[in-house]
Write a protein that binds this ligand. Structure first.
Ligand code: 5AD
Ligand code: SF4
Length: 467
């Protein structure tokens, strides 16, 4: 048994990160005829981890099911970023218990960021004895062995460490059109509200050679869009000697000829002019940038440890808008950070009024145990925080619609992803600026990029006709 340890998770040493090339073989007959069900919470990193987990389960012979009750193995891939994730997990565990009561042989496994939290694992250990396996973000590659060696005891194997980089990882990808590609793991920014540096370890980059090899292979297999994934993609390569910068990596990925490339997430702090130039000059790098603001108040930004001021953020925003044509910019904003005043909040609204974002993810601050912000006293009540969130959301939605309206009458390139669930005479896909478009006028080939004339703009999507 290995339990998570917050003190260890916080540590950063100069120890070199190991790049480990996996060579794993398993017997597909081990669980032939058995089914698995995966529930994924949280960010794209988790979604992509679940693609690795699915591959690993299938390497043992499991096949997927969409019905929890039919599954012989239920796996919950959890998120720790906000408190509501905790409630969701324990709520869902109730359903798993019910399923296990019907069939004692079901295996229940928990992984992801919450599995890296001391408090959560202690709770599972003492109160949720029917959970069979708990593993963390650092040992997904051990999943098959954990399943094969399990006995009747609860197995908890979570490591709080800086982490390694694993290569030759295989995935059962959810899509055959769009693919996630990890370029970097972990985070060293330690924003004071954020749990990620503790749950996912030190910031560590994959080698650019391996990344390019993976993208080339995806292109060969017909993938149209690649999203480079990391907590801070623009800090890519800084932890390796003689490695490409993020701007150089982006150029090399664009040079593979993949039809579309994008990346998430970038931190305003490391966003270089070279990056902006590379995005501006390559047609296959999507003109879409997610640029988390978090707050518009210098006082709060400092307390959050964000390393930029409102003025610096706005300067970067202006540069991006000027150099990258028709770029769409989205953001993340937290309201109700401890002791956020009306004046601080108004600074946030002021930035929103200047940047007029295409869309934004907005959150009420949620204290995360072990982070510095969780120790700050907070005089602001929940009602005030909620009112701020509603006000902010109204403003964000107003600008989303305004931005979308600019598309009306225009012809845009849409990567067709599938048939609309609501209306199967329509297809849906995304523009180069990541706008969802519902397309009428016949179903084009799935996976093709087609010209679509936008007929009507809504706050969260566009309607268009194929031309
Ligand atoms: N409370 C609220 N929102 C948070 N985020 C990260 N940590 C917290 C927290 N403790 C938000 C940030 C981040 C996004 C992924 O989640 O806005 O960019
Ligand atoms: Fe969290 Fe800040 Fe790292 Fe983003 S940059 S993962 S918000 S610590």
């Amino acid at each position: 048994m290995h339990l998570p340890d917050l003190k260890e998770a916080r540590k950063r040493t100069s120890k070199e990160v190991e790049h480990i090339y996996l060579e794993q073989k398993y017997d597909k007959n081990s669980f032939k005829g058995k089914k698995y069900f995966i529930k994924t919470y949280g960010c794209q990193m988790n979604v992509h981890d679940s693609e690795e987990i699915a591959f690993r389960l299938e390497s043992l012979g499991f096949t997927a099911t969409e019905t929890l009750e039919d599954a012989d193995l239920i796996l919950l891939n959890t998120c720790a970023i906000r408190e509501n994730a905790h409630d969701k997990l324990f709520g869902f565990l109730g359903r798993c218990k019910h399923a296990k009561d019907q069939d004692k042989n079901k295996i229940i496994a928990i992984c992801g960021c919450m599995a890296q939290e001391e408090g959560v694992v202690n709770e599972i250990k003492s109160k949720y004895k029917y959970v069979d396996i708990v593993f963390g973000t650092h040992n997904i590659h051990e999943l098959q062995d954990l399943i094969l060696k399990r006995n009747n005891k609860q197995e908890i194997d979570v490591y709080s460490c800086e982490g390694n980089v694993y290569e030759n990882v295989e995935y059962k990808r959810d899509s055959n059109i769009k693919a996630w590609v990890n370029i970097q793991y972990g985070c060293d920014k330690f924003c004071t509200y954020c749990i990620v540096p503790y749950t996912r370890g030190k910031q560590r980059s994959r080698s650019s050679k391996e990344i390019i090899k993976e993208v080339e292979c995806l292109v060969k297999n017909g993938y149209k869009e690649v999203t480079l994934l990391g907590q801070n993609v623009n800090a890519y390569g800084k932890d390796l000697e003689d490695e490409l910068s993020f701007a150089e990596l982006l150029q090399s990925v664009a040079d593979t000829g993949v039809e579309r490339v994008r990346f998430v997430t970038s931190h305003p702090w490391d966003f270089t002019d070279e990056m902006i130039d590379v995005i501006a000059k390559n047609d296959n790098i999507m003109n879409y940038i997610h640029l988390p603001l978090q707050s518009g108040s210098d006082r709060i930004l400092k307390l959050m440890g964000r390393r930029y001021t409102k003025k610096e953020y706005l300067e970067l925003y202006k540069k991006i808008k000027e150099k990258i044509k028709e770029v769409a910019i989205t953001t993340d904003i937290i309201v109700g950070f401890p002791n956020e005043t009306d004046e601080d909040f108004n600074d946030t609204l002021d930035v929103v009024n200047t940047c007029k974002y295409d869309s934004a993810f907005t959150f009420i601050y949620s204290p995360r145990e072990g982070t510095p912000a969780a120790k700050m006293e907070d005089s602001i009540d929940l009602k005030t925080k909620e009112e701020r969130l509603y006000k902010l959301n109204d403003l964000i939605n107003k600008y989303s619609l305004e931005n979308n309206k600019k598309y009306e009458g225009k012809v845009v390139k849409v990567l067709i992803e599938g048939v609309s669930e609501k209306d199967n005479s329509k297809a849906f896909g995304y523009t180069e600026t990541m706008k969802l478009v519902n397309v009428s006028g016949g179903i084009p080939s799935i996976g093709k990029i087609v010209d679509v004339k936008i007929t009507e703009a809504k706050s969260f999507s566009l309607d268009g006709e194929i031309i």
